[in-house]
Design a protein around this ligand. Structure first.
Ligand SMILES: Nc1nc2c(ncn2[C@@H]2O[C@H](COP(=O)(O)OP(=O)(O)OP(=O)(O)O)[C@@H](O)[C@H]2O)c(=O)[nH]1
Ligand SMILES: [Mg+2]
Length: 202
């Protein structure tokens, strides 16, 4: 899929105020600093579309971007680890949860995981929340430029074992990406394109 247009639409902390358009929506979620905003910029080839920062906690609102006037990309605040007060963290968590539980347009959620890390409780719990609520998701292993291929494969294998030995029957569909060298861009856009085409036909 070619990205012809990518426009920022609105930021807010209330799912009721998100755009009303009945078009397919894809959300990016994960721990603070995992690379959600950078990945959105990478796949849209627009460096400054979503705001990024080396400091965790940059994205604090639900940000809608309209792509090709056909579908939405959503950049969300990170969970865990943000250097913000406990009360702000609580508000984050409650509005993020509300977004997932109420956003009817959401067709797929991408849960971003830092490819360098061992499985983290907070990510496993978040995926459990999605699973329990029947919210479809894929995993994206980010920052793969920081690992050698054999290390990456080992980490993914370990992740897969961890998931299938606990709650999951099989490893969810996953992608590997790098915002630094555009690894995974084509695969991710093709996947989104496929879903969009299926939805158009139905
Ligand atoms: N090497 C490398 N660095 C990356 C990659 N993706 C993101 N980064 C860096 O990681 C840091 C965090 O990136 P962001 O895209 O702002 O992360 P985020 O998940 O949106 O963070 P919050 O909005 O704070 O939750 C920045 O310093 C990025 O430059 C990647 O694929 N490779
Ligand atoms: Mg961000």
């Amino acid at each position: 899929m070619k990205i012809k247009t990518a426009n920022f639409v609105i930021s807010n902390s209330d799912v009721a105020k998100c755009p009303k358009d009945r078009i397919a929506e894809y959300a990016f979620i994960g721990r603070s600093n995992v690379g959600k905003s950078s990945l959105i910029n990478m796949i849209t080839e627009r460096n400054k579309l979503a705001k990024t920062s080396g400091r965790p906690g940059k994205t604090q609102l639900i940000n809608h971007f309209k792509i090709n006037n056909e579908w939405f990309l959503v950049d969300l605040p990170g969970y865990g680890y943000a250097r913000v007060s406990k009360s702000i963290k609580k508000t984050f968590q409650s509005f993020i949860k509300k977004y997932f539980l109420n956003r009817e347009q959401l067709v797929c959620t991408f849960v971003l995981i830092d490819s360098r890390l061992e499985p983290q409780k907070i990510d496993l719990e978040f995926m459990e929340f999605l699973g329990e609520n029947g919210i479809p998701f894929c995993i994206i292993f980010t920052k793969v430029d920081k690992l050698k291929l054999n290390e990456l494969n080992k980490n993914i294998q370990f992740y897969s074992k961890k998931m299938t030995s606990t709650l999951w029957e099989e490893m969810p569909q996953y992608f590997t990406t790098s915002a630094s060298n555009s690894t995974g861009k084509k695969e991710l856009l093709n996947y989104i394109d496929q879903i969009n085409n299926q939805l158009e036909k139905s």
